[in-house]
Design a protein around this ligand. Structure first.
Ligand SMILES: Nc1ncnc2c1ncn2[C@@H]1O[C@H](COP(=O)(O)OP(=O)(O)OP(=O)(O)O)[C@@H](O)[C@H]1O
Ligand SMILES: [Mg+2]
Length: 258
């Protein structure tokens, strides 16, 4: 559980368009890493290369290496479906399965894997909902539709669904951008708890959020329209927000950008 990520020389394309170029970084287990940078610099693209979701897009192609401890996720023998089980993802808009109950939503990933004993299912669902700080709000209506929850609850439901399969890594792409401030704080608190068990990478446009939740921050940028996005620097979050090494980072976080 909670493995180290080590990316080297990663370049990703959409057809002939090179979206990100030559990215290398390591992510320590049981830590939160925030990705920041202007729109279009490739944060989401890079995030999706970490669980082989990028190649699901037509024309999506990757060069380079992503090691999860001692396994290259792009190795020829690796099954992308099992990678997505090991490296889970939470999206910008909460996307519970609309026809399924709260219970079924959390159990969905397990059922897909077939990797559980029927007798254990109730316990796993309860544990996952507790892990996502949602249990108390839904324990009396587990058989009601997941789509009947508030936006913030739905996002925590999606987090419960993602952690139910016990991934090593949790990727979150702007998980709070559709949420109100109270739900956002609930998710941020939750991220603080989840990092004790998982390796977490979060994309955010909210500088305060990056500063609040992350241990390390990576700043991405692009030289111009049509240019590939690059990793400019990655460092301790405190340092990125107080004394970054690169002027472009300073300009971006202080809003003097563009
Ligand atoms: N499905 C796609 N097909 C073709 N090009 C794409 C696709 N998705 C993204 N791109 C391109 O890849 C580049 C990086 O996009 P990406 O969505 O990764 O940026 P981002 O940093 O996540 O931006 P934002 O902050 O707006 O979410 C952009 O030039 C974008 O137009
Ligand atoms: Mg994005």
């Amino acid at each position: 559980m909670a493995k180290r990520i080590d990316v080297s020389g990663l370049t990703a394309y959409y057809g002939s368009h090179k979206a990100i170029e030559d990215i290398s970084m390591t992510v320590e287990p049981r830590s939160v890493t925030a990705f920041i940078g202007p729109s279009g610099c490739g944060k989401s693209t890079f995030l999706r290369t970490l669980n082989r979701m990028h190649e699901v897009t037509p024309g999506g192609r990757v060069e380079g290496k992503v090691m999860l401890d001692d396994e290259n996720l792009y190795g020829s023998e690796v099954d992308p479906v099992s990678v997505r089980r090991t490296v889970g993802m939470v999206f910008q808009r909460p996307n519970p399965f609309p026809t399924m109950s709260i219970f079924e939503n959390v159990a969905a990933g397990l059922k897909l894997n077939g990797s559980y004993k029927k007798s254990e299912l109730d316990g796993i669902v309860e544990r996952s909902l507790k892990g996502a700080n949602l249990w108390n709000e839904v324990k009396d209506r587990l058989n009601k539709p997941g789509a009947g929850l508030s936006g913030g609850q739905q996002q925590r439901l999606c987090i419960a669904r993602a952690i139910a399969v016990e991934p090593d890594v949790l990727l979150m792409d702007e998980p709070c951008s559709a949420l109100d401030p109270i739900s956002t704080l609930a998710i941020e608190d939750l991220i603080g708890e989840l990092k004790e068990r998982f390796t977490i990478v979060i994309v955010t446009h909210n500088m305060q959020q990056a500063a609040r939740v992350s241990d390390r921050t990576a700043f991405f940028n692009l030289a111009g329209v049509g240019q590939p996005g690059k990793l400019i620097e990655i460092d301790e979050t405190e340092r990125i927000f107080s004394n970054p090494s690169v002027q472009a980072t300073e300009d971006y976080i202080s809003g003097r950008f563009g």
